[in-house]
Write a protein that binds this ligand. Sequence first.
Ligand code: NAG
Ligand code: NAG
Ligand code: NAG
Ligand code: NAG
Ligand code: NAG
Ligand code: NAG
Ligand code: NAG
Ligand code: NAG
Ligand code: NAG
Ligand code: NAG
Ligand code: NAG
Length: 382
Amino acid sequence: MVSATTLLGVVLLARHGDRLEFFQDPLTYNPTQTFLTPLGSVQEQQLGTFLRDTYIDPGSPTAIEGISSDVVNITQLIVRADAGGGGSVILTSVQGLLQGLYPPTTDNNITLANGTTIVAPLGGYQAIPIESVEPNLDISLNSFTSCPNFDNHTAQFYASPGFQAEGEMAKPFLEKLQPYLDNRSIDFTNMFNIFDYVNVQSVHNATFLAELPPTFAAQAYAYANFHENGVFTDTSPAGIGNIAIRTILPSIFTSLTRMANASDSLKLAINEISYKPFISLFNITEATAADPSIAGIVDYASAVALELHAPATPADEPTVSMRFKNGTTDAMFHDLTLFGSPSLPLSTFIARLAPDAINTTSEWCTACNQTTLRGCAQNPSS
Ligand SMILES: *[C@@H]1O[C@H](CO)[C@@H](O)[C@H](O)[C@H]1NC(C)=O
Ligand SMILES: *[C@@H]1O[C@H](CO)[C@@H](O)[C@H](O)[C@H]1NC(C)=O
Ligand SMILES: *[C@@H]1O[C@H](CO)[C@@H](O)[C@H](O)[C@H]1NC(C)=O
Ligand SMILES: *[C@@H]1O[C@H](CO)[C@@H](O)[C@H](O)[C@H]1NC(C)=O
Ligand SMILES: *[C@@H]1O[C@H](CO)[C@@H](O)[C@H](O)[C@H]1NC(C)=O
Ligand SMILES: *[C@@H]1O[C@H](CO)[C@@H](O)[C@H](O)[C@H]1NC(C)=O
Ligand SMILES: *[C@@H]1O[C@H](CO)[C@@H](O)[C@H](O)[C@H]1NC(C)=O
Ligand SMILES: *[C@@H]1O[C@H](CO)[C@@H](O)[C@H](O)[C@H]1NC(C)=O
Ligand SMILES: *[C@@H]1O[C@H](CO)[C@@H](O)[C@H](O)[C@H]1NC(C)=O
Ligand SMILES: *[C@@H]1O[C@H](CO)[C@@H](O)[C@H](O)[C@H]1NC(C)=O
Ligand SMILES: *[C@@H]1O[C@H](CO)[C@@H](O)[C@H](O)[C@H]1NC(C)=O
């Protein structure tokens, strides 16, 4: 007898952990290289431990049905990580998450023909395959760079009356902040980089932390939230501003559909990403309409879970619900809404979002008006 709360599987979107400064061109979002810090690895490991306690520990009321608990079964997992966006930060982050999800165990051993039992290295470390999603070979996790129509959207947002008005409001604050910014531009278009500098220095530079007036970091965060929420949303769900999540939707649909299939072993699909797809996801699912406070840059090591629940009766179909944990300081998942509902039948979830999905590189090339880079030169339609 399957209860209404039986979990069949979870698709996770997780943000990387603490890193060094990250500069993104405000017009193209082309990134510079940066590096994960030991704190970032710890944050990811804590997220992994939290996810283990929630979804894998057999004692958890929300454990995924049938998931292997101590020694990982790699047929039950898909792990993908964006290999763009500042180099190795996201790829190295997901390793920390997996260390918490399936920590070393001496149960990870094998007894050989000669009678000797061998435990895997580092006390039974569990090696889990990670797909490095290279932007030039697979657009799905990093679709917002090299996308001329997205750049156009960004430029139009910067030219909009709403952006101009917010920029005017921010100006007196940015002038007060300027002496702390080591000669960085205080043009409001540069607001992400201003926030990032303040945030990174506040975590890593004792002198800076001691000198910065107490409210400045939160003010910079709030203006950066406005800025990024405008760049990574669109008035239409299928608009180019939502490109960051539109290219991830196909893998979400595929994973949830596989989890709904009792003959398929998949139970957990992890996508390690930047903050951008979170913003777009919350916009196209209308989650921000119900919870306006989630619009903006999610904290390091944040996670969204799309949970697939078994149907209440065998005649029904599984349902999807969405939960969000905003970084390490947020102790738990919070329920979000999907198009105003706490959950949706899987087929409805897919039907509502399928029109927004970008399923192939060729479709991405067209949506972006990209004709040369990222595999678009080989695009038969170009
Ligand atoms: C992992 O799960 C698959 C599918 O359920 C099963 O066939 C396989 O034997 C399992 N592997 C291990 C090592 O338990
Ligand atoms: C090997 O793993 C099994 C569980 O699969 C466990 O019972 C046993 O104690 C482990 N052996 C060692 C030497 O850790
Ligand atoms: C059994 O084989 C393993 C792997 O080759 C080796 O490390 C171990 O020393 C051997 N044990 C014995 C008792 O020969
Ligand atoms: C940008 O968008 C505007 C309005 O949709 C359009 O007029 C303009 O041609 C576009 N520019 C480019 C370079 O695509
Ligand atoms: C500050 O930045 C401006 C513009 O990038 C540059 O011309 C100037 O030399 C810089 N000043 C210092 C002190 O680095
Ligand atoms: C630390 O902050 C101080 C004060 O803003 C600044 O002068 C210094 O360059 C910063 N150090 C580093 C390594 O960025
Ligand atoms: C369910 O999964 C099994 C095993 O992977 C596969 O053979 C079958 O085609 C799947 N069913 C559907 C409806 O996709
Ligand atoms: C999505 O974002 C656009 C542009 O920022 C906004 O106009 C729209 O209201 C948002 N949609 C929802 C449902 O919040
Ligand atoms: C996430 O939490 C931080 C505090 O750690 C807060 O400033 C920010 O507004 C929150 N963001 C969202 C999207 O909830
Ligand atoms: C993308 O795939 C979905 C099904 O997953 C489909 O409904 C949608 O029409 C496809 N989009 C395009 C542009 O082909
Ligand atoms: C696509 O970009 C080219 C320049 O590379 C421009 O001439 C053309 O107008 C753009 N098309 C659309 C539909 O925006």
